[in-house]
Structures are given as C-alpha cells and as structure tokens.
Design a protein around this ligand. Sequence first.
Ligand SMILES: [Ca+2]
Length: 481
Amino acid sequence: MRTMLFSCVFGLLFAGQALAKESMNVLFIISDDLTSTALSCYGNTVCETPNIDALAAEGTRFTQAYCQGTYCGPSRASLMSGYYPHATGVLGYTNPRPQIGDRQTWSQVFKDNGYYAARVSKIFHMGIPGGVLIGGDGRDHDGGNGADDVHSWTERFNSLGPEWKAKGDGETLEGNPDGKRPVVGGNTFVVVEADGDDMVHSDGMTAAKAVELLETKRDQPFWLGVGFVRPHVPFVAPANYFPPFKPYSKLELPERVAGDWDDTPKAGINYKTSVNMKMDERRQRKAIGGYYASVAFMDAQVGKVMTALRESGELDNTIVIFTSDHGYHLGEHDFWAKVSLRDESAQVPMIIRVPGKKPAVCNSFVELLDLYPTVTSLCGLPVPNHVQGKDISPMFDNPEYQVRDAAFSVAPMRKGFLLRTDRWSYIQYKEDASGGIELFDMDNDPKQFTNLAKSPEHADVVAEMKKRMKEKLADVRNNDL
Ligand SMILES: [Ca+2]
C-alpha cells in the first residue's frame, strides 16, 4: 500500500515534469479594429500585408470567424473570460473580474499551470488613443492599466506613445468640413504621416518589448499576448508606410447603391457615417489610405515578432494566433468604423498556426470565444467548465469540421444581435426585435444591400431566425454566474 502510494505520487511528479518540459508556448497577437478586408491574404489587392500573409501561408486561415461584441470592451472581456457578453453583462469598457469572481481567464489558466503569462500593451480594453498617451483608459486610473485584469498576468507592459500628437503631417478628417479643426485626440478620424521611425510609436515599442521577451531564455513555457493598437484611430504611422496609398485620390471607394438606407432600421444606420462625420469623397479616400498605412505599419511589427520567435528556436513549439477584436467599415453603405453588425464589422481575421499541422483555409464558423478552450486543450491544460466557446482543434486536421451552424455577435450600444448562418445574416435590435430587423441573403447579396426582413416570401425565414435568436440568448444566459 505504502509502496503503491509512493510510486503513484512519484509517477505524478514525474508526469508533471515531463508535461512542463514538452508544453507548447502560446503567442497571441491581437490587432485593434482590424477588418479582414484590409489584408492581402483575405483578398485586398491594394493594402499589402506580407508578414500576416506569411503566417497565413503556414497556418489555418479562417474565413468565417466572428467576434462576440463589435467594439473593444465587450469583445475583449468575452474572449479572455470565456463568456459571451450577455452572460457576464460586461457590455462596456471594463474588465470582467467583478462578474467572474475567481474563475480563470484564458491566460490565467496558463499562469496557474506554471506558465509565464505576460501581456504587452492592449489585451483587455484600453482607451485608444488616450490610454496610449497617458496610460489606461485615458483617465489615468489603475496606474495606467486601463480595464486590465491583474490576475491574468505574471507580468504586464504598456507602450506609451504620442498618438495624434506625433510630429508630422496631420489632418482631422471627421467633423472638419472647412478644414479649420486642428489635429485632435479622442475617437476621431485623424491621419498623421509621422516623422521618424517605428520606435516613435506604441506598436513599434510593443514589438520591441515582445522581441525582448521572446529572446529571454526561461525555464517556463510562455503565454505571451501582444496587443497592437493600430489600425484603431488615429491613423498614425511613420510616413514611409504611406506612399503605396498616395495620391489618395487613386483609392477606390466601396460600391454604393442609391437609397441604400431606405430599408435599414434606424438602429442599423451605423454610429459613424459619411454624413454625420461630414466627410466628402476626398476625406473618405484619405481615411482609407490612412487606415491602410496603419495596417501596413502594424503588419511590419508582426513581422518583427515572428522573426524573433523563429530565431528563438521556439517556433515549432509555439501555437501562434493572429486576430482582431472586431472588424471595421471602410465606407461600405457610407458606414465607417465598428459597432455595426454587418459582416465587415462583425467578422474578424483569424489565423492560427499549430506546430505539425498542415496549412489550410477553413470556412467553418468559429468565434473568438473558441480560442480559450481550443488553445488550452491543445496545450494539454484543463479547460474550466464555465467556458462557453467550443474546442475547434479538430479543424486543424480537417478544415471541413464544424462545431456550430451559426455565429453569434452583439452590439450592446445599439441593443443589436446578429445570428449569421451560411445563407443568412439576421440582425435584430432589442431582445424582442422591436427596434427593427435586418435579413440579408449572403449567397445572392453578400454586400448586404437589400434588407429582406419585410419581404413576404421571407416571413418564414425571419420567424425561424427570430426563434433561434431567442433560444441562443437563453443558452448564453444559462451559465454558472
Ligand atoms: Ca477595438
């Protein structure tokens, strides 16, 4: 009996050591406000993103990945906590700790299992640009750490940068029809073609810190979160990233149709439009150019981090994820920025490179919420019961594998809910849909010009999707909180 117990304990210890030595690392790179439509590996022919493309060429690129909230706060709180936004009720710009109590966040599972878990810059919500300028959410609380969760990290690092105050050629595009408004901060469309190099800016510093951490030899495996703040406004990047997009007049605006808004419920008109931003076509084209230059700058920083990972010798022992917290409108329907539940805003780029798996393109529906259980289980760690996402790891062997037939996302600011199936994009405003409904046929109308919600031939589809939405919301709220 005694011998048995001894060998049992010894066996466990030995297994534990073996696990620690063979454990895979995790490198989680998340860009802010990045739409997949701006990446060349997702088909953009103007904005070149060679470093993200290189990662896509070695990993699985997901074409139908969706965020769970279409702006920073709820999306990040959700993917890190493992709960949908309406499960925790974190619908604004805070971290989920008060709601989740002692339940583990994604990185915390790794930290609690002997990993070095660190973040560089924005992983949970952080106000941009205010938080980058002075720290935190721009109101200087929590010692410059914004809506961060201290329990998720072994170490954390912020990258303070000048944002709109960077020296260079700047212009405020939004709310500035007479051109007299100076370059301003806040959530404002501003372009700055900045003097100096990458290291002037937050993302340059973030890449440098990530490189330093990857070069540091340590005994523990790591979970490293690298948060880039571009292409979030202000569109600030070193001037050398702008020439491919100039003159701005050559940039094309997205296809538009007359009367596009006539069948859109009021809540479906995005909070930022060409009209309320007072942006003429010159300013619109420049906004696209400034966004693309910011994407190109961010892509170059991804390249630095990937080079460091390769040179560290750990590439083939590291799961690499690249994604964004939500998408972005670049003038489709005269909408700009996030919040909208149309595909441009709710769908996200997602690339996952798992050592030993063949490169692939996967068209199955996945959600940002799936990262937590998937990566945790791939690393052989226990996935907490509370987690609402699904383990998509079979997709790395079989890209046809499916875990759900619809993706779900919310825009709490508009009381909006999206259920996206292969055929339909169904959006409703308010829980009883009294704020309006949108239904788009994604096979025949992928640009979402014609709202079929009031079409008599589609009454059955609307009724069915409404029922499914009600069930989904009940399911989301059926949890241990
Ligand atoms: Ca964001």
